[in-house]
Design a protein around this ligand. Structure first.
Ligand SMILES: Nc1ncnc2c1ncn2[C@@H]1O[C@H](COP(=O)(O)OP(=O)(O)OP(=O)(O)O)[C@@H](O)[C@H]1O
Length: 277
């Protein structure tokens, strides 16, 4: 069950052991519990993501996949356990005696800067032009000079194939183009981790492939760490080195896409894949 946050200590393996590199996974869920009232959504969930790894989360509706991304984005708070990012507690603050207490708002705001998220519904600012949608957070949250932010925004727009849309408003773009702007906006913050939550679910079918191809290009050509929730199994196969199969708030099976999609070990995985493939 949920661990009392106040009594949590740093895990014993967080300090480099003699003779090891001490390289921590970039993300570590350590017995993470999330409850809404009596409903336990995540049940002592453990998993790790290495720096630079591209991981997809698959599983039935309601199994807790989006909740995991929202916890990482600090849009939700854990009910128990600890989330670690780059060896530091994301969900908690260290007390002088080494124990941990739940993080306050200020720390959560700082943590949010490390993590970028792209949502199903692009969530662009409707009254701002494309360029300003991308520069807004780097300037106002990171304190970047506007000129530098604009240069970076133009580079990113070029990368997502929208160099000509700098002055457009979101309403003048297709859903696929809006999602490309949202991807550029997330990358403009130079996040350590990019979270992708069913980013093609709201797109017309003919626009899906282009956005997924762009994300595969980003995965191949940058060193960003990605955590993707997707119902697109071909995308999961193409983009990720590791697939985590969730059910009822736990990882029932994890492995390479080849292993999970061609030789799953768990009956629940086989059942899920039979239903969606
Ligand atoms: N704010 C909330 N209040 C109460 N229950 C919630 C809240 N957010 C999520 N839940 C519940 O938590 C469970 C997990 O939801 P979550 O969205 O993480 O699942 P999911 O695996 O991403 O599902 P889907 O594939 O349908 O998006 C669901 O039963 C959902 O109803």
């Amino acid at each position: 069950m949920a661990t009392d946050s106040a009594s949590l200590k740093e895990p014993a393996d967080s300090a480099p052991a003699p003779g090891t590199t001490g390289v921590e996974p970039l993300v570590r869920f350590d017995k993470v519990v999330k409850r809404y009232g009596d409903h336990v959504v995540l049940d002592e969930l453990d998993f790790t993501v290495k720096r630079g790894e591209h991981v997809t989360l698959i599983g039935p509706s309601g199994s807790g996949k989006t909740t995991i991304l929202r916890l990482l984005m600090t849009l939700e708070k854990v009910s128990g356990g600890v989330i670690w990012v780059d060896g530091s507690p994301l969900s908690h603050t260290r007390k002088p005696d080494g124990s941990l207490k739940p993080a306050g708002e200020k720390q959560l705001r700082e943590s949010r800067k490390k993590i970028g998220m792209v949502f199903q519904q692009f969530n662009l600012f409707p009254n701002m032009k494309v360029l300003q949608n991308i520069t807004e957070a780097p300037v106002n949250v990171l304190g970047m000079e506007r000129e530098e932010a604009e240069t970076r925004a133009r580079e990113l727009l070029d990368m997502v194939g929208l160099a000509g849309k700098v002055d457009a408003h979101p309403s003048q773009l297709s859903g696929g183009q809006q999602q490309r702007v949202a991807i550029a906006r997330a990358l403009a913050m130079r996040p350590e981790i990019l979270l992708l939550d069913e980013v093609t679910s709201a797109l017309d079918p003919e626009l899906v492939a282009g956005v997924l191809e762009l994300l595969c290009d980003i995965a191949r050509n940058t060193d960003i760490t990605m955590l993707c929730v997707t119902h697109e199994m071909n995308f999961a196969r193409d983009v990720s080195e590791k697939v985590l199969m969730f059910d009822a708030g736990r990882v029932v099976e994890s492995g390479t896409p080849e292993k999970i999609f061609t030789d799953p070990e768990h009956a629940r995985t086989r059942e899920f894949l039979n239903a969606v493939l």
